[in-house]
Design a protein around this ligand. Structure first.
Ligand code: FES
Ligand code: FES
Length: 123
């Protein structure tokens, strides 16, 4: 499977930048952790970086999500579902939580971006 060793989007973005959102998700099932960051420009996902401390399926899920959402409108990025990730990667039922981790980290990253920018507008 080609995504588990795909390092294109591995890394981090400056966490305090106002156009960067950071999301962290952890799996109770196995203790693995995924940190995913998005940089939003003009309503588009401009850059995605992740650091995943987990199994091959979790790394593959983060890499796939990064490739799916980069260059797409923020609203479309939020439509990514763990079921689509699991299907694309052919994950067995025991590995479904690895794809849930990716969806949760993405949602948390977008929520972080939005709360940062809501605060700015509120002055
Ligand atoms: Fe690498 Fe499945 S993509 S183990
Ligand atoms: Fe824990 Fe995949 S994230 S087994």
């Amino acid at each position: 499977m080609r995504y588990c060793n795909d390092r294109r989007n591995v890394g981090s973005l400056p966490e305090h930048a106002s156009d960067v959102g950071t999301g962290v998700a952890g799996s109770e099932a196995c203790g693995d952790v995924m940190r995913l960051q998005v940089r939003i420009r003009h309503g588009m996902v401009d850059e995605v970086r992740f650091q995943t401390y987990g199994c091959g399926s979790a790394r593959a899920a983060s890499s796939l999500v990064a490739r799916w959402i980069e260059g797409r409108p923020l609203e479309e990025a939020l439509e990514v579902r763990n079921s689509a990730i699991a299907h694309e990667l052919g994950l067995p039922p025991v590995k479904i939580h690895c794809s849930i981790l990716a969806e949760e980290a993405l949602r948390a990253a977008v929520a972080d971006y939005r709360s940062k920018n809501a605060q700015q507008c509120g002055g």
